[in-house]
Write a protein that binds this ligand. Structure first.
Ligand code: ME8
Length: 652
């Protein structure tokens, strides 16, 4: 493949994710950042940028030390284990990182010490005494004024402790004006732009010098030998932020320093302050150029609720990818949420995206092409007359494709995908409007063939531009259309607006089979028999299975209001209930409570419903839930809230 001089540009694209703490395993938030970064990296490579994609793990600090201790493990062994899990996940997800850095790597530690020494020699780091409120969980000191009830961390709500210790300080206050100048001169340095204003306001309110060493624990990078102060270890954020430089060989072999400055640091909104204030100040002190963009995304919730381990509702990316397909999941995450905003994960929303956007709009278009060309032209597709018969559609498609590129690095990824779906709408509409079956009936074969060519060319352009988000799926589409996705085909199709060369379309099975209902719970139930027996042995006490809180929270329990009740004909035991769960969700429930309750006394009362049971049929009637009840020798009573609760309230 040849690259033209203008496109092989020496444009650099150094793309980073945060390095993830090894105190926990990966969740959807980690997957989200990593997938965005991966999409940017794949795109950058496809368009010919010299690309370097970095991810890794953040392994120092008191939090990690304590997490290891809580599990009875040696800290390094524990860090190895969790870091390994992150790496394995990204490998299984085919994340195309160029380097996976660990802050416990020797080269990283050397690079951090080199930087510390440089800032110290310059007079930007000095020794003093620090007294303040420290939050271990956030690894941050907070001024008293910021604490909640004088005690609790304003970020995570956990209690802080008063720490008084000798510390080295970084002269952050000296950089206030230069930082403000940088934000003003570079309107896109922080994305989305609204976040930049927040940072400006914060910095304008005044910056204090930053404590950058600790003596209260040992699990961290020690100060450079020259400074000779062995009881100090570096503040984890100084250590962690430096990874973006040390990964390129800063302070050691400098092997990829040509990649600096970063094109984009992708992060979550909670760590913006560290990246948008401390990091550029450190870089200024080190006399290094500043990154082009710091892009902060929002947070994911699950079914409208904050995710937390105690609620057991943390979305496990591996489970979702296994259940719904990795690339469908990638598409969903990037399409569902405007970058910077918070997003909600629900299986319903994911299923809708798969069935509608992917199945109906994209997959079905390919099926239509396979069908049309198969029926009328033995699978042949020729595009030479597209311009003659369908110029408006062709140009409209290219106009949409032309709008895409800037959206990506401006982090408007959901808009990128929205815009990319326009050509699909154009193609689907063209088939409905020009009706190949009518054209053929009227003997207008050339027009029917050109319509095939139009559809194939649109699909080819969409496949290329969707490639960064769904690499394998789009490779399959491209192969069916007789080409491969490369820098060259990207250029020919999208830049030079070439049409596809004649080809015979390959018949492939539907790419996005329709999904009818949530599949995650079913998956969890399906365990191999032997594993199941083992688990049962371990988890039973006095005949009752012990389950983890995570398993318990897989059951969705809700307060419902019975709006209708009637007897099931010919049944002695069953009643048929209509239970309102709020927001228009009305469930038909067949329940074996007729011996104890009459339909009349149930209407307008509340019940507790298991809301995520697979629908089942009882006496031929579909039942979409189960009411909770307790039964002993004296009979059965329904479990209801002590006082009326809002319909749909979650029971936990
Ligand atoms: O902060 N939705 O690591 P981390 C979306 N080691 N994103 C989420 C999220 C959610 N519910 N929960 C967390 C660290 N995140 C540091 C980074 S970089 C030099 C050091 C995001 O493992 C969070 O915003 O706690 C952050 O970007 C990332 O997960 C890593 O969090």
């Amino acid at each position: 493949m040849q690259s033209s001089p203008e496109n092989s540009t020496c444009q650099k694209a150094y793309i980073t994710t945060p390095i993830y703490y090894v105190n926990d395993v990966a969740h959807i938030g980690h997957a989200y950042t990593t997938v965005i970064a991966d999409a940017l990296a794949i795109y950058s490579r496809m368009v010919g940028y010299d690309t370097f994609f970095l991810t890794g793990t953040d392994e120092h600090g008191q939090k990690i030390e304590e997490a290891a201790k809580a599990r009875g493990k040696e800290t390094q062994a524990y860090a190895d284990e969790i870091s390994g899990k992150f790496k394995a996940l990204w490998d299984d997800f085919d994340i195309s990182y160029d380097k996976f850095i660990r802050t416990t790597d020797t080269a990283h530690k050397q690079g951090v010490q080199f930087a510390f020494q440089k800032m110290f020699d310059k007079g930007d780091i000095y020794k003093d005494v620090y007294k303040g409120h420290y939050c271990i969980s956030c690894e941050t000191f907070f001024p008293k004024i910021q604490l909640v009830d004088d005690e609790f961390c304003p970020e995570c709500g956990k209690p802080t402790s008063i720490v008084e210790e000798e510390s080295y300080f970084f002269r952050l206050s000296d950089y206030q004006e230069r930082l403000l100048q940088w934000y003003r001169d570079n309107p896109e340095c922080i994305l989305p732009k609204s976040k930049r204003n927040e940072v400006i306001r914060f910095v304008e309110s005044g910056l204090e010098d930053l404590s950058v060493t600790r003596t209260s624990f040992d699990w961290g990078v020690h100060l450079p030998a020259e400074i000779d102060d062995p009881k100090h270890v570096m503040y984890v954020w100084l250590d962690a932020l430096m990874n973006y430089l040390t990964a390129l060989g800063y302070g050691t072999d400098e092997v990829r320093m040509d990649q600096w400055p970063a094109r984009v640091h992708l992060i979550g909104k909670d760590i913006l302050r560290f990246h948008a204030i401390y990091w550029p100040a450190f870089l200024m002190s080190l006399e290094m150029p500043l990154p082009k963009h710091i892009a902060a995304h929002g947070w994911w919730t699950r079914n409208g609720e904050k995710m937390s381990k105690s609620k057991g509702n943390v979305v496990n990316p591996r489970e979702v990818a296994d259940a719904y397909g990795l690339e469908n999941f990638r598409y969903f995450m990037l399409r569902e949420v405007p970058f910077g905003g918070d997003g909600d994960f629900s299986q319903r929303a994911l299923i809708d995206r798969i069935n509608s956007d992917l199945g109906n709009d994209l997959g079905n278009l390919l099926n239509r092409l396979i069908g049309m060309s198969g029926k009328y032209f033995e699978g042949r597709v020729e595009s030479d007359l597209v311009e003659k018969y369908y110029p408006a559609e062709l140009h409209a498609m290219h106009d949409s494709i032309d709008k895409l590129e800037p959206l990506l690095f401006e982090m408007q990824i959901h808009r990128y995908l929205e815009e990319l779906w326009r050509p699909l709408a154009i193609a689907n509409k063209a088939i409905d409007q020009y009706q190949p079956w009518t054209l053929m009936k009227e003997g207008r074969e050339a027009e029917a063939m050109a319509l095939n060519g139009l559809i194939a060319t649109i699909l080819a352009n969409v496949a290329v531009m969707l490639h960064p988000i769904m690499p394998k799926t789009t490779d399959t589409i491209a192969a069916a259309l007789g080409f491969g996705i490369t820098e060259e085909s990207y250029r020919h199709l999208t830049k030079e607006r070439e049409l596809l060369a004649p080809f015979t379309v390959e018949k492939i099975p539907p790419l996005f089979p329709r999904i009818e209902e949530a599949v995650l719970l079913e998956k969890a139930e399906k365990q191999p028999e032997t594993a199941k027996k083992e688990t049962e042995k371990e988890t039973k006490t006095e005949g009752v299975a012990l389950i983890g809180i995570d398993q318990f929270f897989q059951t969705s329990l809700k307060i419902g209001t019975v709006i209708q009740a009637e007897e099931v004909p010919k049944s002695k035991k069953l009643l048929l209930l209509q239970v309102d769960l709020g927001d228009g969700d009305i469930r038909q429930v067949v329940s074996g409570i007729k011996e104890w309750y009459s339909p009349e006394e149930l209407v307008d009362t509340q019940v507790c419903l298991v809301a995520n049971l697979k629908p089942a049929k009882l006496m031929g009637i579909k039942s979409e839930g189960m009411v909770l009840a307790a039964k002993d020798d004296e009979g059965l009573v329904l479990m209801r809230p002590e006082k009326p609760k809002k319909t749909g309230t979650v029971v936990s």
